[in-house]
Write a protein that binds this ligand. Structure first.
Ligand code: CP
Length: 324
């Protein structure tokens, strides 16, 4: 693996998941793999889980992680080619990224979409410019359209749960991605990425449910069953993944924000005693009810814990490739 920016960088998802679970069982098994190497973790936006879990993963492999909050501590970066920089940006990515390439062996970066300019966001301008100019392997810590470390974690978490709790009489679990209300327009990243990974994983009967007008880009959802009937979707579900996203077609808007789409115990009763997942942070009693988050069906803490093993498996793949 050279870079990790989407599921398309992964040759064998199941092998990567098993690698992550092996690190969970024995975190320090490769404690010298990254010795004398440094990873830069660049954040243009806030983060808790991604920032901490990736640092721990790097340290488990003997690497030195350095966090740089570019968004509020660095010079404001310009990403457009041939920009006339007479506005608010101070440094072009063409100048900054090669410097990161001198300081670090691997670069990881979190960007976010504008939610104003669909073409620019979906072209992944920021992370592609970093890859183009850094000259070292790049890991996405969430980009404008996808969050691959989160989605790898989600597949790890479902695999782990199923290994410990096989489903009698079912070849594949029913996995439902459901839209949930929120107070502000959020990116489509987590939903896009979850859809793309579950489809590529191929181990689930996959259903996506959302109100009308919240269709995601078909590039990510193709292969899933899509319905606007949440109750129908939830029937017999084994995993329910709850997430808000803003509209894709009329980009970045909130249309319907119907509170009845919030996942609660009444809806859980429609499922096959489903485990409930969310990437966090979550708006309690808007997206998901207290009763679910504090109940025994919630996997959210285990899921967030598994972020370490996802990051460690990815770093391990890149480090192994570097030493070839
Ligand atoms: N799920 C996730 O990426 O969390 P953070 O934004 O806190 O990193």
């Amino acid at each position: 693996m050279k870079n990790f920016t989407s599921v398309h960088d992964v040759q064998d998802i199941k092998a990567l998941v098993e690698k992550a679970l092996a690190y969970k069982a024995n975190p320090l098994q490769d404690k010298s793999l990254g010795a004398n190497k440094r990873i830069g973790l660049l954040f243009l936006n806030p983060s808790m889980r991604t920032r901490l879990s990736t640092q721990i993963a790097a340290q488990n492999l003997g690497m030195e992680p350095i966090v740089f909050n570019v968004g509020n501590e660095g010079w404001k970066l310009e990403f457009e080619e041939e920009a006339i920089m007479s506005g608010t940006t101070s440094e072009h990515v063409k100048d900054a990224a090669p410097v990161f390439g001198k300081y670090f062996d691997i670069l990881a970066i979190r960007t976010f979409p504008s939610l104003n300019n669909k073409e620019e966001d979906y072209s992944e301008l920021y992370i592609n410019q970093i890859i183009k100019y850094a000259g070292i392997p790049v890991i996405s810590l969430e980009s404008a359209t996808v969050h691959p470390l989160q989605s790898l974690t989600d597949v790890i978490t479902m695999t782990e749960y199923l290994q410990n709790n096989p489903l009698p009489g079912k070849k594949k679990p029913k996995v439902v991605l459901t839209w949930a209300p929120h107070v502000k327009p959020l990116p489509q990243c987590v939903a896009n990425s979850f859809a793309e990974w579950v489809n590529a994983w191929g181990e689930a009967d996959f259903v996506i449910t959302h109100p009308e007008d919240y269709e995601l880009d078909e590039k990510f959802t193709k292969g899933a069953t899509i319905t606007h009937d949440q109750d129908e979707a939830l029937k017999d579900a084994d995993f329910v993944y709850v997430k808000n996203w803003s509209t894709y077609t009329d980009y970045g808007k909130i249309y319907c924000n119907d509170p009845s789409w919030m996942m609660n115990n009444k809806k859980l009763a429609l499922t096959n005693n489903a485990r409930v997942m969310h990437c966090l942070p979550v708006r309690r009693n808007v997206e998901l009810s207290d009763e679910i988050l504090d109940g025994e069906n919630s996997l959210v803490t285990q899921e967030a814990g598994n972020r370490v093993w996802a990051a460690q498996a990815v770093l391990s793949e890149i480090l192994s490739n570097q030493s070839k």
